[in-house]
Design a protein around this ligand. Sequence first.
Ligand code: TYD
Ligand code: MG
Length: 477
Amino acid sequence: MAKPRSVYVCQSCGQEHHKWQGKCGGCGEWNKLVEEIRGGDSGGGGNPSPSKSSGGYGAEGGDDIQKMADVESGQADRLSTDISELDRVLGGGLVPGGVVLLGGDPGIGKSTLSLQVAAILASQGRDIIYISGEESLQQLKLRAERLAVDPSEIRVICETSMERVDQLLRREEPDLAIVDSIQTITTEELTSSPGSVAQLKEVTGTLTQLAKGLEIPTLLIGHVTKDGAIAGPKVLEHMVDTVLYFEGQSGVDHRVLRAVKNRYGSTNEIGVFTMTGDGLEEVVNPSAMFLEERPAGASGSAVVPVVEGTRPLLVEVQGLVSQTEYGPPQVTAVGVDQNRVVLLLNIIEKRTGLKVAGHDVFVNVAGGMRVSEPAADLAIAMAILSSYIDRPVPKESVVFGEVGLTGEVRAVSKAGDRLREAANLGFDSATLPRGNADGVSSRDDSEEGPAMEADALDYCRNLAHAIRTLFGDDVLS
Ligand code: TYD
Ligand code: MG
């Protein structure tokens, strides 16, 4: 038997180190390394036992080679949750044997959403088992009673032992298993502490095998943690089929559910919810919600139709530029990548000759949304410039396009969908990339929904062109 040895595992990214160090060599985070004992007689301590990890999901023999045509896709068996925002993010519903990881900050609403799903499915006569390792049955009951849906048919159990969960699932074979949270379940096979990377990986591996073998859709809840005591769901992303993150800001009631990985659907798909007194409610028209408090006629605001997954969504980008009074100039970005803002500022400076340097620049996406699409570049640039020259972007106008390093405005995908969503919400003009001109006109005729008048579309080749279109010719003299 191998001699026991210590490895130091980062609880944030899972990277292993031979000796302790303050900063993880993988993700660069501090104080996340935790010692784990590998090998020796302790029963492993770290590595999942090979006997369990090998073999296929098919239960009867792993070497049953089949023709692709004979494999059942299971597409027809999707289990709809009846929450359309969630179904869309899942790619149409839960899949038999599919393992979904639902991650998010503590208190964001993961247990609430899971309990709602469980209640809906249970009231339709499905057998749902909710395994709680975190809250007592009384706490669960109290929460369930607040919800608008009837939770009385859900079966609940408080359990933290992987071995007993294993027996339970094999015995009961429910229609859906929910594990809240994955960080609380531990296996006796490993000596490492509950919530460590090794435990988390082993437990998730076992649950995944169970789910596939018994064809049970499984929902695993994982806390995103700021301190190093328990490992985060990031280390599990490669092991599960679907990874959803629940995002939100403190003080804001709405929550965005985002698919970052989905073997059964498209990624970047989002669902929008609001947290109310009786659970989470779907937001049917998120664009309207994100634009609700947009100030009329104020400078420093631009509306951009972004596409998240398959759905276009309007968000307001705000910019504020003010002369730096103290210390070096600052760039602050909320909801967009700060480096992208710095890049755009440099492009503006270099390609249009406007002197934004020497100013503090703030960019914010209203309503706590996060935007990562390059198609928002032009709107970010225009929000900043609108504040800088103190002229508003026309109120009924949307702006989109990617901005390149030479200041060119580049074509983006799904221009027709973006315009349609904008038109649906009452916007009647748009500033968009020249490169999208052909795509838009040819697609607009065939698809549903009101599109904008052709003469309300201003196609731009570059930043300077967009600035003249939106703010007038005299800005760049
Ligand atoms: P919870 O689902 O427990 O979060 P998580 O499982 O992600 O840690 O959500 C807890 C928060 O939600 C808590 O602050 C109270 C709030 N809440 C409501 O506002 N309304 C409700 O109906 C429920 C059940 C919770
Ligand atoms: Mg919870």
